[in-house]
Design a protein around this ligand. Structure first.
Ligand code: IZC
Ligand code: ZN
Length: 409
């Protein structure tokens, strides 16, 4: 069954022939889709003649872009944490916020007390929002359960939702998000449980593709992170890492050492870390929405990374504590403004490079023949208008795997 996406103002996409930050811009173009895959990209008249029986999708003179790929999200949680947001604005410290009911561990307490069905329902609505804002693939982490049973609950929720929502969900096990209350004074015991029970169980049930660790001062050390990630690797899970976010710990160097697919955050990365990541082919995933949301002045050194020829990727970091947004378009604006990435760079970073950060670059991240037909239509005159007109939703239609899954007017 063929579909023909036509009447487009144009199409903008990274391509393998050009650099990730030099998008191909084409006008007078249509896209033929066969089932869930892009079949042909050519002049509209040519494709109309070649596929006379194709079901036509009217592009209403909007601009076609690849669906955004968001390679770092934490959507499986129970309660939101707006009280914590307000306290932070009032100048309360991290300790004061934690004592008053903020922080990851408070999310963990609520998560454990809430049923699979209830959290699945909350998460369903949150993930649906990604689609409305043009994201057709997300990576999604567990990490608010922190026990065997509750981490499996989070990952099983993701598996269930990936069958219910027309979005691609790539799951990550983040049992090493924090040390839970009951092991506060026995951290080694929790790490043993991660290694001996949780990782094998997650791998056995094939519930995750990646294993991530929050490697940070006062959370997991570089040595602990290495032990966890090497165990994960031995069980077939690909390493990822929250690295050098709030303090420099050598997380980027560790990501290179264990050949992680990505190292994420990287606000405090060292020059050596940049060089090591380049050498090992680790993708830097930058999350400027988090620095913005936390009211920080400092952002990750994106320009330095781009000058070192690292393929910078962007993500929302969607989570209830430090970045409460599903909107990749807003992330593009924040990345442009605060990390000095130009529009061509933020576009590549949110599509092909973010696909690379989750090992999906052969399927998604660009509009190319043979790739999944994950295409979004935006009401923008050109791609450089997108980060410029910030904070609103430009998406008019979302096509995922060849089906219209969201449409406005
Ligand atoms: O719930 O605060 N940093 N993980 C690492 C988070 C923030 C999520 C949260
Ligand atoms: Zn995160």
């Amino acid at each position: 069954m063929h579909k023909l996406l036509h009447n487009l103002s144009g199409m903008v996409t990274p391509t393998p022939k050009a650099k990730w930050n030099e998008p191909l811009v084409q006008t007078d173009i249509a896209i033929a889709i066969e089932n869930d895959v892009i079949k042909e990209i050519d002049a509209p008249q040519k494709l109309i003649e070649k596929y006379p029986d194709a079901e036509k999708i009217d592009g209403k003179n909007y601009l076609a872009l690849p669906g955004f790929v968001d390679p770092h999200t934490h959507p499986v949680f129970c309660k939101t944490r707006e009280e914590e947001f307000e306290m932070r604005i009032q100048g309360k410290t991290y300790e004061e916020i934690a004592a008053a009911g903020g922080g990851i561990l408070n999310s963990v307490r609520a998560f454990r007390q809430t049923s699979f069905e209830e959290i699945a329902k909350l998460t369903y609505h949150r993930i649906q929002k990604f689609l409305e804002y043009g994201t057709t693939t997300i990576e999604a982490k567990s990490g608010y359960g922190l026990s065997l049973e509750d981490e499996l609950k989070a990952l099983r929720i993701l598996r269930k939702l990936s069958q219910l929502i027309p979005i691609s969900i790539v799951p990550t096990f983040l049992g090493a998000h924090e040390i839970p209350d009951e092991y506060r004074n026995h951290r080694k015991k929790y790490i043993d449980i991660l290694i001996k029970e949780m990782i094998p169980a997650v791998a056995e049930e094939k519930l995750a593709v990646f294993c991530d660790v929050f490697c940070e001062k006062d959370v997991f050390t570089v040595e602990e992170s290495e032990r966890i990630l090497l165990t994960a690797k031995a069980h077939g899970l690909i390493p990822k890492l929250h690295a050098d976010e709030l303090h420099y710990t050598g997380g980027a160097e560790l990501a290179a050492k264990v050949k992680a697919i990505s190292a994420d955050h990287l606000l405090m990365i060292s020059d050596k870390g940049i060089a090591k990541m380049k050498e090992a082919g680790v993708i830097p995933v930058l999350l400027p929405g988090t620095a913005f949301f936390l009211g920080k002045k400092d952002y990750a050194p994106a320009r330095k990374m781009i000058e070192s020829e690292l393929p910078v990727a962007l993500a929302t970091d969607f989570n209830p504590g430090s970045s409460m947004t599903q909107n990749m378009q807003l992330i593009l604006s924040i990345a442009s403004i605060n990390m000095k990435m130009v529009p061509a760079e933020v576009l590549g970073a949110a599509t092909i490079n973010s696909a690379r950060a989750i090992g999906m670059e052969k399927e998604v991240g660009s509009i190319e023949v043979g790739k999944k037909a994950d295409i979004i239509l935006l009401d923008v005159p050109d791609y450089n208008y997108l980060p410029y007109h910030y904070g609103i939703n430009h998406v008019k239609m979302v096509v995922r795997h060849g089906q219209i899954v969201h449409q406005v007017d």
